[in-house]
Design a protein around this ligand. Structure first.
Ligand SMILES: Cc1cc2nc3c(=O)[nH]c(=O)nc-3n(C[C@H](O)[C@H](O)[C@H](O)COP(=O)(O)OP(=O)(O)OC[C@H]3O[C@@H](n4cnc5c(N)ncnc54)[C@H](O)[C@@H]3O)c2cc1C
Length: 529
């Protein structure tokens, strides 16, 4: 008997008091906004705090939704953020993935290689050495170096002062050495030339739709180690996570205003004073504002170029946002036994061989896509294996650009639907060929999201999924900083993903409170009292 549908997100209601004056206003109730609000509550007292959200429920990109009796989810796993959840006293019933982290298929013509990437850095190293014995020494050296480099990231400060900067070369020499290195540069450094081994290692950059020749070595290493060490998902639907945070935030005295779009961040004499929301003339005043929405939207539209230094506007114009996606969510009949299909991994990924990520990313940069029968990358996720609900799978297909999608959706809806179906069929065929025989015969409900869906839902002008692209040219000091040129306006943008969202809350509140609880550390390491 399949589990019933009870989305927790809908239990959260606005509790806005109508007060026009807050100590802190947060724009956006995605996990960055909620973690910022909860961190602030934990480390301050008697502050009036408001989160404003344009959608009718909290969660942003991390959510679940129902279509014709099936529940679909957007996000599928989060890496090790357990210590932050405990710190914030967020109690969730979580499944920890044991065993393998990913089932990975690499297609070269008619040949298909299968890899089962285990969880844990040590296990991964042993696994790779077993498959690529000729490269054993290189693999060991790379993995040991990677673990060490990630440890050094822990020694960095989030918003370095001069004294911190002077210490960096001594405390984190590997970080300094790799600041401008791409992930493929890191593989080169260890003499890893075997294309099959490279393809497996590059799994962790293709996650975010960035090719390893452009991805930051440090960011890719961090993504690899943080996600494969321990990873989790709720036993319930994914909306439980933000709903629980929103509920606790309200119980602890915070206010949430749903269904309300911030139209303007009010700046007077270079200082953020409050926000104006759509349909209301009155300004909601704020001592401090944190924006968690797409930086192009926040800075160029809500603030406006006229309030920003020309150099900052140039930086924004030159910032490459991360890719968008087509997601095909499928509700399947009960004649298919999902348990027998070997799909219960955080990720099942199929792609064509080395070079695929480069071609797809070039397509994205050109404002389009470069998928074909010989060039594809797709993840297959099967949430119902955990939730126990009616059979669902999601096909996540990245990277796509917004391109013509919004234009079609707004001006030629039949063509938009036709294009959606065309791409849906393309990816269903791939899933059928490599993962689920006769898949198309079992489809009861099909729900396809396009880049236009993501743009509309998140407010991102490009439908970007992962904030700023994790390119080496946008890493560390080259990333847009948390401190904006507008006084009292903060923009936490640690990195993408749910790990990044929790770290956004840690970093921005620690900055606001002058390193009061996390000692300025770049990662979560709260001061023990
Ligand atoms: C399909 C998909 C799958 C993903 N899978 C994973 C995964 O498995 N694991 C993982 O770690 N990461 C995953 N990610 C990435 C992850 O979901 C995001 O990095 C994260 O949820 C971003 O959270 P956020 O709070 O920073 O931003 P968002 O979730 O975008 O939240 C911003 C919020 O601001 C609101 N907003 C926008 N404009 C305004 C305005 N003007 N006024 C008021 N409110 C506004 C939006 O409605 C939104 O709720 C996935 C992303 C997508 C889209």
């Amino acid at each position: 008997m399949a589990k019933s549908i009870q989305l927790k997100r809908d239990s959260i209601k606005s509790n806005y008091s109508g007060s026009g004056d807050y100590d802190l206003v947060i724009i956006g109730s995605g996990l960055s906004g909620l973690s910022s609000g909860m961190m602030w509550q934990k480390n301050t007292a008697n502050k009036r705090t408001l989160i404003i959200e344009k959608n009718s429920y909290p969660g942003g990109y991390s959510t679940a939704y129902e279509r014709e009796g099936y529940v679909f989810e957007t996000t599928q796993l989060f890496p090790d953020i357990i210590d932050i959840l405990e710190y914030l006293e967020i109690d969730l019933d979580l499944k920890q993935y044991e065993g393998n982290f990913m089932r990975r298929l690499v297609v070269e013509g008619e040949q298909v290689e299968e890899y089962k990437i285990p969880a844990g850095a040590e296990n991964f190293k042993t696994y790779l050495v077993g498959i690529f014995p000729d490269d054993a020494d290189k693999i060991r050296a790379l993995m040991d170096y990677s673990v060490d480099m990630f440890k050094q990231v822990r020694k960095l400060k989030a918003n370095s002062k001069l004294k911190d900067k002077l210490m960096i070369p001594f405390q984190a020499p590997k970080v300094v050495a790799n600041l401008n290195r791409t992930y493929s540069g890191l593989l080169d450094k260890f003499g890893i030339t075997n294309p099959k081994l490279r393809e497996v290692m590059e799994t962790f950059t293709s996650f975010s739709g960035v090719p390893s020749g452009r991805a930051s070595a440090i960011m890719a290493t961090g993504a690899m180690l943080s996600s494969m060490t321990r990873c989790f998902r709720p036993y319930g639907y994914f909306d439980e996570f933000p709903a629980k945070m929103a509920q606790l935030f309200q119980e602890r005295g915070g206010e949430i205003l749903l269904d309300t779009e911030v139209e303007k961040i009010i700046v007077e004499n270079g200082e953020a004073k409050g926000v104006r929301v759509k349909g209301q003339d009155e300004i909601i005043r704020a001592g401090t504002i944190i924006t968690t929405v797409d930086p192009m939207l926040a800075m160029r539209t809500l603030v406006g170029d006229e309030h920003l230094p020309a150099s900052y506007v140039d930086k924004l114009k030159n910032t490459i946002m991360s890719v968008s996606s087509i997601n095909v969510a499928l509700g399947l009949d009960d004649k298919i036994d999902m348990k027998t299909l070997d799909l219960d991994y955080p990720y099942n990924v199929v792609s064509t061989g080395l070079g695929t990520a480069d071609k797809l990313f070039e397509g994205y940069l050109a404002g389009d896509q470069a998928f074909s029968n010989d060039c594809f990358h797709m993840a297959v996720i099967c949430p119902s294996l955990t939730t126990g609900a009616k059979n669902t799978i999601t096909l996540r297909c990245t990277p796509f650009a917004l391109g013509q999608w919004k234009e079609l959706r707004d001006n030629d809806y039949p063509k938009y639907m036709q294009e959606k179906e065309r791409w849906g069929d393309f990816f269903i065929n791939i899933a059928e060929k490599y993962f689920i025989p006769k898949l198309s015969k079992h489809i009861v409900v099909k729900d396809i999201s396009t880049p236009a869906t993501y743009a509309r839902y998140s407010g991102s002008p490009t439908g970007s999924l992962y904030d700023m692209a994790s390119l080496v040219s946008q890493f560390g000091p080259k990333r847009l900083p948390m401190l904006t040129p507008v006084k009292n306006l903060y923009q936490p943008k640690f990195s993408h993903g749910l790990y990044g969202t929790m770290m956004n809350g840690v970093q921005v509140v620690d900055l606001l409170l002058d390193r009061k609880f996390n000692n300025g550390n770049s990662l979560f390491a709260p001061i023990k009292h």
